[in-house]
Design a protein around this ligand. Structure first.
Ligand code: NDP
Length: 279
């Protein structure tokens, strides 16, 4: 473990579980690429000890932390300052710590997704018909940046329709959102279908009707797997779509935005993506 009192600036990702996290690899690649003298570690925090662990890390001079499941909402509550995108998302995935006890929270997940779609993959959002599956924390984080791109239509389908309705109510001032049960999704061909459910974690698919896809529909799974296609990507390709992506690009882009906030430098995310996929 790096001694956080050393000359090297200390960063990390906090979560539970967190040992599977790719963030240490990604940030170490960013640091090497940009000659930034930092350490970055995965730090597992006990479920009921988030606030006290954060205070301890702050005392140990950690300068920044990424926050992952299940602490993003708690991190949001503990911040004494939040960016407007964190405010909207109701969750924080990036913390800036100052030694005097200041805690600033940001949420870079949504901008990470939009950059991966629009910049890396040339997938437009503007004027597109978009179907979003799921209404959990990740979807809450991506809605504002998606609506900022002016899509033609956004429908959120979720098992628990009330949760989708809450999102539509909370974000309705930023753009029009409709909600639907899976069995009642409007039978049109969508331009973009985003899987924001956690179904893939148990190798399941959300119950999406295949009629919403044409071969030109682009499918994007927030979940990622560097070894094989995710369940959703696999399913989409079997339905005949020509473009289906997993969320590794989003993960790298959200990390790059955290790195920029902490270190003030931009990094080459594509080089990191190649390095991870080829590893
Ligand atoms: P949450 O637990 O907050 O939400 C889970 C959502 O998935 C809910 O809408 C839930 O529906 C739905 N769901 C779960 N199981 C099923 C199922 N079997 N069938 C249909 N719907 C299901 O999770 P998050 O929003 O935090 O995460 C969602 C996904 O996004 C995860 O796979 C996560 O790994 C990924 N993610 C990726 C990131 C990246 O950088 N690439 C960043 C953040 C998240 P209901 O409300 O009805 O329970």
């Amino acid at each position: 473990m790096t001694d956080p009192r050393s000359e090297i600036d200390a960063y990390g990702v906090v979560g539970n579980p967190v040992s599977h996290s790719l963030s240490p690899k990604i940030h170490k690649l960013f640091a090497a690429q940009s000659d930034q003298p930092i350490s970055y570690e995965a730090l597992e925090i006990k479920i009921d000890e988030f606030a006290s662990s954060l205070a301890r890390l702050q005392q140990q001079n950690y300068l920044g932390l990424n926050v992952t499941v299940p602490f993003k909402q708690q991190a949001w509550q503990l911040c004494n300052q939040r960016t407007s995108r964190a405010e909207l998302a109701g969750a924080v995935n990036t913390l800036l710590l100052s030694p005097n006890g200041g805690l600033t929270g940001d949420n870079t997940d949504g901008i990470g997704l939009v950059r991966d779609l629009v910049k890396n993959r040339q997938v437009p959002i503007k004027d597109q018909k978009i179907l979003i599956l799921g209404a959990g924390g990740a979807v809450r984080g991506i809605l504002a940046p998606i609506l900022a791109e002016n899509p033609n239509q956004v429908i959120i389908a979720n098992r628990t329709v009330e949760k989708a309705q809450t999102l539509a109510d909370d974000f309705g001032n930023l753009g029009e959102i409709s909600v639907s049960a899976y069995t009642k999704i409007e039978p049109i061909k969508f331009d973009l279908v985003i899987n924001g459910t956690a179904a893939g974690l148990s190798n399941e698919l959300p119950p999406i009707p295949e009629e919403v896809l044409s071969m030109n529909t682009i499918c994007y799974d927030l979940m990622y797997n560097i070894q094989a296609n995710t369940t959703f990507v696999d399913w989409a390709l079997k339905q005949g779509v020509t473009k289906a992506f997993d969320g590794l690009g989003m993960l790298i882009e959200q990390a790059a935005e955290s790195f920029r906030l902490w270190r003030g430098v931009n990094v080459d995310t594509q080089a990191v993506a190649r390095s991870l996929r080829n590893a």
